[in-house]
Structure formats: C-alpha cells, structure tokens
Design a protein around this ligand. Sequence first.
Ligand SMILES: C[S@@+](CC[C@H](N)C(=O)[O-])C[C@H]1O[C@@H](n2cnc3c(N)ncnc32)[C@H](O)[C@@H]1O
Ligand code: SF4
Length: 356
Amino acid sequence: MIPVFLKNSLRRIYRRLRPIKAERILGVEFVNICNLHCAYCYRDEEMLYGKAQYLDPARLFDLLDAAPETLKPISVSLTGGEPLLHPRFSEVVRGLDERRVRFKLVTNGWHFDRVYEDLRRARKRLTGISFSLDGHTREAHDTHRGPGSFDRVMKAVALCAAARLPFQFNVVLRRDTLGQMERLAVLGARLGAQVVNFGAMLPTSAALHREWGLSRAQEMEARREATALSRILSVPVRVLFGLYDDAPGAHCSPLNGRSLTLDYKGQLRLCGNLSSFRGSPAEGDVPAGASSLSLDDGWARIGEIGKQALRHRDDALDRLPASAGRPDPVLGSPCLSCLNHFDKLSPEIRAHLLAS
Ligand SMILES: C[S@@+](CC[C@H](N)C(=O)[O-])C[C@H]1O[C@@H](n2cnc3c(N)ncnc32)[C@H](O)[C@@H]1O
Ligand code: SF4
C-alpha cells in the first residue's frame, strides 16, 4: 500500500512533468442581436437589430459532450451580438461549470448585473471577462457606444474587482483610440485588468475607414506604444490582430487550427469575424451540413477551408516579384486578406483599401 502523502507527491510530480496540451477554443456566437449600436461594428445591421435568435444550448452541450479526448481540452468563448442577452445564459454557465469546461466572454457590460451571480458561482471555470472599451472617458466611450455605456461598463468592472473575477479590456484601434492608448492602459492597470488588448478595426465602409482607419505608419506606432506601455505598467498591453503584417503563414487561431466558431444558428464555421460580416451574404467559410457537424468532423472539414485560405495568401505573397515592393494593404493584412478570400469585402471597400 502506497502511503497517501507519497501518492500525492507522485501525482504532483506527474502533473508538472506531463506534456501540456494546447487548449482549443470554441468561439460561440451566442446571440445575433445587440442592445447597443456602435457605428463601427462589423456585424450586419439587419442581423443585429432584426429578429432575435439565440443559440440552442443543447447544440453547444451536445458538441462538447461528444468531443473526443484527442480534441481536449476545449475552452469556450461566448460572444455575439451581445451574449448577455441570451435568456438561458445562467443555464449555459451552469452547464459549462458542471462539465468542467473553462470559458470566457466578450461583452459590452451593459447587462452585467444580470449574470454576475452566475459567473461568481462558476468562477472556477471562468478564465476572463473581456469588456469592450472605446475610450478612457465617459465622453470618448459613449461617442461610439451611446449614452450610459461607460457608466455601465465601469459598474461591471467594479463588481468584478470586488468579487475578484478576472477581467480585461478589449479596445478597437482607431484614430481616436490610438491617441488614448496610454490612458486606456493606465485605466486598465488602475482598475486591476488582467490585460489590455488592442485590435485593428475591420473596415465595413470606405467612409468609416477614411474617418477612423489607421495608416501603416500609425499601426507601427501602435505596436511600439503597446511594447513601451507593457514595459512601464503592471498590466500587459497587447496589439492583437488585423494589423498589416506581410509574413506568410497563420497569424490567428482559426487559421492555425486552434479555434472554431459555433454561430447562433448552430453552424460550425471558421471564424467569428467572418460570420455575419456587414453587408456580405457570402458563406464560403461554412461547410455543407454545418448545423449538424460534430466537433471532430468540424475541425477536420473547416481546417481544410482554413488551409485553402492560408495557401491562397501564401501563394499570392510568393508570386509577388521583388520589384513590386510591399504587398498591397489587403494582401498585406492577414485579416483583410481572409475577408477578401471569402468574398466578405464589398467592391467599394476593396477599391478604397487598395487605393489607400
Ligand atoms: C462584435 S462584439 C460582440 C460582443 C459585445 N457586443 C461587445 O461589444 O463586446 C466583439 C468585439 O468586436 C469588436 N468589434 C466590433 N466591430 C469591430 C470592427 N469593425 N473591427 C474590429 N473589432 C470590432 C467589439 O469592439 C468587441 O470588442
Ligand atoms: S460592438 Fe458589440 S456592443 Fe457594439 S454594436 Fe457590435 S455587437 Fe453591439
């Protein structure tokens, strides 16, 4: 008989030495609608403000329950539309907790008080709450998200801080937020955010891009600023996705096979940014039979769709003659190139971007 203390020590040593499997992420577009109206939002207007549709929790749990060990661990990332509008939010959080599935969510924070207790109860599985911020002051944030939004999100942050729930800020990089990076990062550090993330704005019209889009030089400035702020502050500051980067290969988790999206219709598809993209009915990122695919088949079939998108860009970069200089703004940006591959960019935006 092995004494208990020895058994526990052996278990601890095993846990330290065993190879750690990279976690896969299932992005969940939980709801199609939203309670706010951000002008720059990439999601389709009719879908955001049309008939409410909510993901059936049974589809999510069936997928997770049938997932083979080879795909695990799988974590879930709830987004939307606005995920807190799902009428069965509590049931889903409870179900994830019971299944020991780690999860996070991306929210505008407006209805946080509705779900706060559910999240507290499931805190063991909750890896983070991403609050979307559009400015470091009430005025700056509310310009994009509407009156009352800043106060609501700050109230949500205060609840998280009091209950020690992990949270972070996600900020879309535009001309206005570029100039606020330091103040946004300091706000995050002061309030106890785990991290402050900045991500490029996906352009949905030429007019918006003209008004808010960054030039390549400004994108470089944002990268340098994030590195400098990370050095100075107690909070990591990261520039996440979508900026110009002409290196070939995968730059994101969907294209490197680490994540998939389950949309509100129950379809498995490549990436949440491609889903319901404003003004584009194209669905090339959705395989046939997507609403009944298992995770195993979904990862294989959608993985192939992702590989084709990747090959398409890598081949185009390869074919560029040395005399051509840098790739154009669409090919040079991994996200824009992917949106273009799946026919999500309108001819107007494409022409505007290529001329920019
Ligand atoms: C579509 S929202 C859904 C979740 C929730 N409603 C929210 O605002 O956090 C997810 C994230 O996408 C960001 N986002 C919206 N439009 C964008 C765009 N055109 N380009 C890049 N990110 C965008 C939002 O700021 C938010 O952080
Ligand atoms: S960014 Fe989020 S809060 Fe704003 S309109 Fe889009 S889905 Fe709604």
